[in-house]
Design a protein around this ligand. Structure first.
Ligand SMILES: Cc1cc2nc3c(=O)[nH]c(=O)nc-3n(C[C@H](O)[C@H](O)[C@H](O)COP(=O)(O)OP(=O)(O)OC[C@H]3O[C@@H](n4cnc5c(N)ncnc54)[C@H](O)[C@@H]3O)c2cc1C
Length: 314
């Protein structure tokens, strides 16, 4: 941009914020801005954009203590802004694994960027759109936006009319992880060798263990991941609460495990309970206690479980 890159955190900025909640300290600069766009590879209908832009720049930075007038700044000390393009529906899959048996050793994280050509095509188009945006009359003439000198010099095909090859090369040099890693414990059916949790977030084959975080997403959401993670957490909490309410009053059955059943049997019970409408609509008392409601018809499995252990063994 054509304005000088002045450090903006000084007393005036501090006063502005403390007295009026205004000025550079009241903002995170251009990172507040994002945008989504459909590339020509996006799913038809335009409702699931496959490119997201993140913007950077105009961050509040500290002065080194000297007061320098804008006129003293070299022409090269201009404000930079950044436009980063994200491929929202990547097809390449990376992995995370242990590096060694040493528990303190950092894991191996292998992202496998661009293993699938799809992402490269999307990113090249995204870069073209960003380039066009930066080249609009308003940004170019009013704000003096020009490409950062020297950026991409090691890639052939740059200049005023950059080629697709230039953007491909640039993508390979400049691609970095976004902060939205997911899928290391994906949800899926038991028969899927890569699936870790079932639809109720229970780890396949391990009783009493759930994973409830961004790791369970089988594919990444089209956009930022914090809100979807909160939704996963809400669902997970609900699963745990429901299960607790369902089993809380089942007497000890003599098995070692309090619940005394495999996951499959739990599933069956769950379905029995939910299929019986009468049972679903049944009003529990405030302590979730069905003992006080002897007149209600209970599903057979509850009756069975309620049979005293001694009687059952006769
Ligand atoms: C720099 C950055 C910026 C981001 N910005 C955004 C954004 O603007 N918008 C958005 O939607 N998403 C954003 N994200 C993504 C979002 O934060 C994550 O998708 C989300 O937080 C994932 O939630 P999680 O519960 O899966 O994991 P986390 O939020 O990482 O939670 C894991 C928790 O486990 C704890 N933990 C780890 N190991 C142990 C252990 N051994 N014992 C006990 N506790 C442990 C950690 O301390 C942490 O609290 C950002 C991520 C990063 C890193």
């Amino acid at each position: 941009m054509k304005e000088p890159d002045l450090p903006v955190l000084d007393w005036a900025a501090a006063m502005d914020y403390m007295l009026k909640r205004e000025g550079p300290l009241s903002s995170t600069g251009m990172s507040q801005l994002t945008g989504m766009v459909n590339s020509k590879y996006a799913p038809a209908g335009g409702r699931q954009p496959d490119i997201q832009y993140f913007f950077g720049g105009y961050y509040a930075s500290c002065s080194d203590g000297n007061t320098i007038e804008p006129a003293q700044y070299a022409a090269t000390d201009r404000r930079n802004i950044m436009i980063a393009a994200i491929a929202l529906q990547p097809r390449s899959r990376g992995y995370i694994t242990l590096r060694s048996t040493d528990p303190t050793a950092p894991p191996v994280m292998q992202p496998n960027y661009f293993c699938d050509e799809h992402e490269m095509n999307v990113i090249v188009e995204a870069a073209r759109i960003a380039y066009r945006l930066a080249n609009t009359t308003l940004l170019r003439e009013k704000y003096g936006m020009v490409p950062t000198p020297g950026y991409g010099d090691n890639c052939p095909g740059g200049g005023a009319n950059p080629t697709d090859e230039f953007f491909r090369c640039l993508a390979q040099y400049q691609t970095a992880p976004e902060n939205h890693q997911v899928g290391t414990c994906k949800m899926g059916p038991r028969i899927d060798p890569m699936a870790v949790v079932d639809p109720q977030l229970r780890v396949h084959g391990i009783e009493g263990l759930r994973v409830i975080d961004a790791a369970i997403m089988p594919t990444i959401t089209t956009g930022n991941t914090a809100a979807p993670t909160v939704m996963v957490a809400e669902r997970g909490a609900e699963f745990i609460r429901s299960r607790h309410q369902l089993y809380k009053h089942i007497p000890f059955s003599g098995h070692r495990n309090y619940f005394g059943d495999s996951s499959q049997q739990d599933d069956d019970r769950w379905h029995i309970v939910h299929k019986e409408e009468k049972w679903v609509n049944w009003k529990w008392d405030r302590n979730w206690n069905w003992e006080n409601r002897r007149n209600e018809q209970k599903p057979n499995w509850i009756k069975k479980q309620n049979t005293p252990v001694a009687a059952a063994s006769n």
